[in-house]
Structure formats: structure tokens, C-alpha cells
Ligand binder design. Structure first.
Ligand code: FES
Length: 93
């Protein structure tokens, strides 16, 4: 059943994958991020970071407050290409 639960919807990473990698010894968010691309989707971990940290906490026995939450970047949002020409025309005027 866990293989069907998506922890990271952006990168389509399941709970089963997260638990398997934690059992293999990858117990930091950044390690899981590098291996599974978790937290690297458009929301930059807004949807999955807390869930993954709770799984690491459960497996290691450390409270979430003592875990490194990993590196953050602002969420990316697609922009219309036409916006760039508007910005350029405003720069010229
Ligand atoms: S849900 Fe994981 S990066 Fe968006």
C-alpha cells in the first residue's frame, strides 16, 4: 500500500521509496533530495519536506526540531515569455 502513497507529488516519490532509502542509511533531507529529487519540484519542498522529516524522525528517533531541514529555494512559478518583452520595453522608455 505504501508504494502508492506519493510523498512528493512534484517528483512522484512514494512513501515506500522514502522509507527504503532511509533504511539504507540516508537519514538527512539533503541526502534524500539528491538521491530521489524529493523537494526539487516546482513547490521546492512545500508539499513534502514536513512529511519526509517526520519519516526521518520516526526512523531515527530524533525529534523533527533536531533534524536539518535541508536547503531551501523559493518556489518556482512559470512566467509567460511575453512578460520579458514588456519588462524590456519599460526599461527602454
Ligand atoms: S511536493 Fe516535493 S517538491 Fe513539491
Amino acid at each position: 500500500m505504501d508504494e502508492k502513497i506519493f510523498v512528493c507529488r512534484c517528483e512522484e516519490v512514494t512513501l515506500e521509496e522514502v522509507r527504503r532509502y532511509i533504511q539504507m542509511g540516508f537519514t538527512t533531507f539533503n541526502e534524500l533530495k539528491r538521491l530521489l529529487r524529493i523537494g526539487m519540484g516546482p513547490c521546492q519542498g512545500r508539499g513534502c519536506r514536513e512529511i519526509v522529516l517526520r519519516e526521518i524522525s520516526r526512523a531515527t528517533g530524533l525529534p523533527v526540531s533536531q533534524l536539518n531541514p535541508g536547503t531551501f529555494r523559493p518556489p518556482s512559478k512559470p512566467l509567460l515569455a511575453g512578460l520579458f518583452s514588456i519588462v524590456e520595453s519599460k526599461k527602454r522608455s
